[in-house]
Design a protein around this ligand. Structure first.
Ligand code: 48F
Length: 260
């Protein structure tokens, strides 16, 4: 069979635009393809919801690839091991009871493929730069190519409509920051503002991540490290159970809301 460059090009262009135009109206838009976003996307898509994940970088996985300080092993606690098991990520018990380790490359790649195979569509190299609001609720996302952002090009972005947004952008909690700039003092946090991440305290941080996984403005949920950054919890360091459990929890809460 002779290969034709234009057929190859047309195949890429057509298939990509089918994906994109199929995702302009979503049940849930996940911002950030780190561990919490990937787990949330998988569970929502598995339940039959229309989900897209927008990830600024070319690679998905966020901070998980590097384990801790580039040592590519992750640690999870007992409570979160079921999420690795359900996804099919192999883990090993550590000699101290209650801790398990997994290869971070396997963890990212398996969690990603589970999410995509469940039906979540991942748009990599796409940055969420703003939200759509009507007027007291987040109803969409404003997106652009990361390359446009990096080059500082003066180009208008595009928009998608969605019933719920999950900010899983990690330490920078970028979507919540955008909303906060527009309606200062009106977040559903004790202060109404972003309370900011505190210093490392793994045990407390992991518990608080789950507690802080919730709706932070109508239509906008926060999960993963972003949850602690918004609600003033400590950082947890290189333990990933809280991220997985947070992604699972936010998906469960949104599935309940979507039923209503
Ligand atoms: O930081 P990240 O892995 O988020 P997470 O799921 O997990 C945190 C852990 O990796 C680690 C930790 C636990 O030990 O604290 O840091 O909370 O992934 C966040 C992803 O969001 C992307 C970013 O590139 C990363 O892959 N991201 C950030 N801002 C945007 C974005 C944006 N505006 N638009 C699209 N993607």
């Amino acid at each position: 069979m002779g290969l034709d460059e234009v057929v190859i090009t047309r195949a890429i262009v057509e298939r990509f635009f089918e994906k994109l135009s199929g995702c302009l109206e979503l049940d849930v838009a996940v911002v950030g393809a780190g561990p919490s976003g990937l787990v949330a996307a998988q569970r929502l898509a598995h339940a039959g919801r229309k989900v897209a994940v927008f990830e600024r970088k070319l690679s998905v996985g966020g901070g998980m690839w590097g384990g801790g300080m580039l040592f590519n092993e992750i640690v999870v606690q007992d409570e979160a091991k079921r999420i690795l098991d359900e996804a099919g990520v192999r883990s090993k018990p550590y000699r101290e009871a209650g801790y398990h380790t997994a290869d971070s490359i396997e963890a990212v790649s398996v969690l990603t493929s589970r999410a995509v195979q469940a039906g979540a569509v991942v748009f990599n190299a796409v940055t969420v730069e703003d939200v759509v609001m009507r007027p007291e609720r987040v109803t969409g996302l404003v997106i652009t190519w990361t390359a446009v952002e990096m080059a500082g090009l003066h180009v208008d972005p595009l928009a998608v409509r969605t019933r719920f947004v999950i900010d899983t952008t990690g330490h920078d909690t970028e979507v919540v920051k955008v909303v906060h700039r527009k309606v200062p003092g009106r977040l559903l946090t004790p202060s109404g503002n972003i309370d900011g991440e505190k210093s490392m305290w793994s045990d407390e941080a992991e518990k608080l991540t789950l507690e802080n996984t919730r709706e932070v403005f109508p239509g906008l949920y926060v999960a993963g490290m972003a949850a602690n950054a918004v609600f003033g919890g400590p950082r947890m360091g290189p333990i990933f159970g809280g991220m997985l459990l947070s992604g699972d929890k936010v998906a469960g809460e949104i599935l309940e809301r979507l039923k209503a």
